[in-house]
Design a protein around this ligand. Structure first.
Ligand code: ATP
Ligand code: MG
Length: 356
């Protein structure tokens, strides 16, 4: 197959981990006889420096004209003093909006060979393999009004949790579709005991479930879900939830596995190109030193192959290679334990490529 990929290296360690990911993509193309064409574009700090904006129109146009977008990371101390609307992070929010990426997928897998690197007990995290599906373009973070007010009896403030029913339906449908590719269980997380929006969320989840009788559906209150993620994370397969609940739960869940350098993510919309990126930031402290762990970005490539290109076998090959490399004891600095030799970004990438 022929696929065009827009590559947004961004700032800090972004260009290093993106280079690693592209090498992996090249290897997949060669082994499975595909043709991947890359088009590079600017986002974040590098775009501010060169074009005066964190998200040039040209970048949006290139992304829209591609089959998938691969992003490194944006931001760094150099741009921290700029006003909010000029920050590198604006580029990221902007591209999510421009591509209407309403579903954010964050898999959390406890790699067997990294269990000791986690702060949690081995028996709790062993075998964890879950996916948080967070609604990304609506809910409490975008509802209007969002403002401070002067009232007769003093100042007040309002945020609004707003959804159109179709926005709830499409994210829940996405979760069921994903569950079908996995262990066929969806946990819908809400706060239906106090929020009207959650009661509608729950009604819609039940209605959509009728189309997926082969998938199990359970409802869980968000406070309980936060507790269960730490107490017994193995019970979860696909977790679907509102924007803010998902923001909090996905960060909580990411700590189950140990390192930021291991966790991929996908933001998709079902029709157009999806955006794939590691969940870590630009890590300015190690940028340019060939020290960054490339595995989060390489695993994001696996998600790109799986969800945007529907190349299951290719995605499996990349994920299996990562598992084998870890099993063989290869480590970058962030996941190495005492006494283990530490590989550079490039060496780690070579090891993954050897195993594909
Ligand atoms: P941002 O605001 O962009 O999220 P941050 O400082 O909050 O930045 P990161 O940039 O993700 O978060 O870095 C947090 C810490 O984790 C840093 O010390 C960084 O070196 C480390 N880190 C992050 N990603 C990696 C990686 N891929 N490999 C090794 N270490 C990493
Ligand atoms: Mg951060």
């Amino acid at each position: 197959m022929n696929k065009t990929i827009t590559v947004l290296p961004g700032d800090g360690i972004g260009p290093e981990v993106i280079k690693a990911a592209q090498k992996v993509l090249d290897t997949v193309a060669e082994k499975f006889s595909h043709q991947f064409t890359y088009q590079n574009a600017k986002i974040g700090g590098v775009a501010i420096d060169e074009d005066g904006t964190p998200l040039p129109q040209e970048t949006i146009d290139l992304c829209k004209k591609s089959d998938g977008v691969l992003l490194g990371a944006v931001g760094g101390p150099k741009w921290d003093t700029l006003p909010g609307h000029m920050r590198p992070e604006r580029g990221l929010l902007g591209i999510r909006k421009a591509l209407e990426l309403y579903a954010n997928l964050r898999p959390v897998t406890a790699h067997k060979s990294l269990l000791d690197a986690s702060t949690l007990k081995r028996e709790v995290i062993e075998g964890v393999d879950l996916m948080i599906v967070r609604e990304l373009t609506g809910g409490l973070y975008f509802g209007q009004p969002q403002e401070r007010r002067q009232e007769n009896d003093g100042e007040s403030v309002v945020d609004t949790l707003y959804y159109k029913n179709y926005e709830i339906e499409r994210i829940i449908r996405q979760a069921f579709e994903l569950a079908r590719l996995r262990r066929k269980k969806v946990t819908s997380v809400d706060k239906a005991n106090v929020l009207e929006s959650s009661r509608v969320w729950r009604e819609i989840a039940i209605a959509v479930h009728a189309d997926y009788p082969d998938v199990e559906l359970e409802h869980m209150l968000v406070d309980n879900a936060a507790m269960q993620l730490i107490r017994d994370p193995k019970q979860f397969d696909v977790v679907v939830t509102e924007n803010m609940f998902g923001d909090i739960l996905s960060d909580e869940a990411s700590m189950l596995t140990g390192s930021l350098g291991m966790l991929p993510s996908a933001s998709i919309n079902g029709n157009g190109p999806g955006l794939y990126e590691p969940i870590h930031g630009s890590a300015p402290d190690i940028a340019g030193k060939n020290l960054a762990n490339p595995l989060a970005t390489i695993l994001s490539v696996a998600m790109l192959l799986r969800y945007s290109f529907l190349m299951q076998e290719e995605a499996d090959a990349v994920e299996t290679a990562v598992t084998k490399v870890l099993e063989a004891g290869y480590r970058t600095g962030d996941i190495a334990e005492k006494g283990q030799p530490v590989l550079s970004t490039e060496e780690m990438t070579e090891k993954v490529i050897e195993h594909i």
